[in-house]
Design a protein around this ligand. Structure first.
Ligand SMILES: Nc1ncnc2c1ncn2[C@@H]1O[C@H](COP(=O)(O)OP(=O)(O)OP(=O)(O)O)[C@@H](O)[C@H]1O
Ligand SMILES: [Mg+2]
Length: 271
């Protein structure tokens, strides 16, 4: 799964994205190197999903450029299959009777090609990915009947079914309880240990910091970028969330505490 050499997997240079008059991303410059595990943090509407869609080549910046595997993101061609993607809000309609197995097989469609039938190689890849993630036993279960956390794991299996070199996940633990969240991040950590390059968008500031090696705080601009210890507790992050973020070590894992904003505004007029 490891990518080749020291060439960045993702290279963004001065990327600006607009939707009509609205600026969603502004002048974002960032590199992701092979094997890096990056968390993208930021408030709602900060441009995090847009950031992933730019990497996928689904949105073309009005300024700057994005290269993935050394090629323009909008002209990846077959290399697009080297990116696994877990999109945000993967709702399941219980009336649409697909099994967990069907959902993972869908991850092969880009490779199989429209109109062609899946073959033994595709079935093998589906089983391998589902076994690896630990969801093979649910293969016959209708996707809509799975819990939120179970669905996310099936969607991770789908994103892994082409054995990608880059995994992008958009809030994979939104609405998922603490235990299931740690199950998902433990899976991601195992992938990271195998050398996979991972970018995960998250709101779980406290959880991601103990798993990832890099944090990128996005609020239209890249407001902070670096190792968790450097970024968390920084003035930039405080400004971004409007609250105090403390960082401390407890045993081998760092913990984060997000304190609410003090009720009185500081620096205001004196009474
Ligand atoms: N296709 C689009 N057309 C118009 N505006 C869009 C489009 N996609 C995103 N936007 C706008 O761009 C901004 C950034 O959206 P984006 O979805 O990237 O935010 P986000 O950080 O992922 O937010 P959230 O945490 O709520 O998922 C928002 O103001 C959004 O309304
Ligand atoms: Mg989003």
């Amino acid at each position: 799964m490891a990518s080749t050499g020291d060439q960045p997997v993702i290279e963004m240079e001065g990327v600006t994205v607009t939707f009509g008059d609205h600026v969603a991303l502004q002048d974002v410059t960032l590199r992701v190197m092979p094997g890096q595990f990056v968390a993208v943090l930021g408030p709602n509407g900060a441009g995090k999903t847009t950031f992933l869609r730019v990497i996928l080549g689904l949105i073309r910046p009005v300024k700057g450029y994005v290269r993935v595997f050394g090629r323009p993101a909008t002209a990846l061609g077959e290399a697009r299959a080297r990116i696994g993607y877990v999109p945000q809000f993967s709702q399941a309609d219980p009336r649409f009777p697909v099994t967990a197995w069907d959902v993972v097989l869908m991850g092969r469609y880009g490779r199989i090609g429209l109109g062609r039938r899946p073959g033994p190689e595709d079935y093998r890849a589906v089983q391998e990915a589902m076994e690896w993630v630990g969801v093979w036993s649910w293969r016959h279960v209708p996707f809509g009947k799975l819990s939120g956390g179970q669905r996310q794991r099936v969607l991770i299996a789908r994103a892994l079914v082409n054995n990608p070199d880059l995994l992008l996940l958009d809030e994979p633990t939104a609405g998922v309880d603490v235990n299931a969240t740690h199950t998902v991040y433990t899976l991601l950590r195992r992938l990271h240990e195998q050398g996979l390059t991972i970018v995960v968008v998250s709101h779980d500031v406290g959880v991601v910091a103990s798993y990832v090696d890099t944090i990128a705080c996005v609020n239209k601009r890249l407001v902070a970028h670096g190792r968790p210890q450097e970024v968390l507790g920084s003035a930039e992050l405080r400004a971004m969330y409007g609250c105090d973020v403390a960082f401390f070590h407890h045993g081998p894992t760092p913990h984060i505490v997000v304190a609410p904003e003090p009720p009185e505004s500081d620096g205001g007029t004196e009474h």
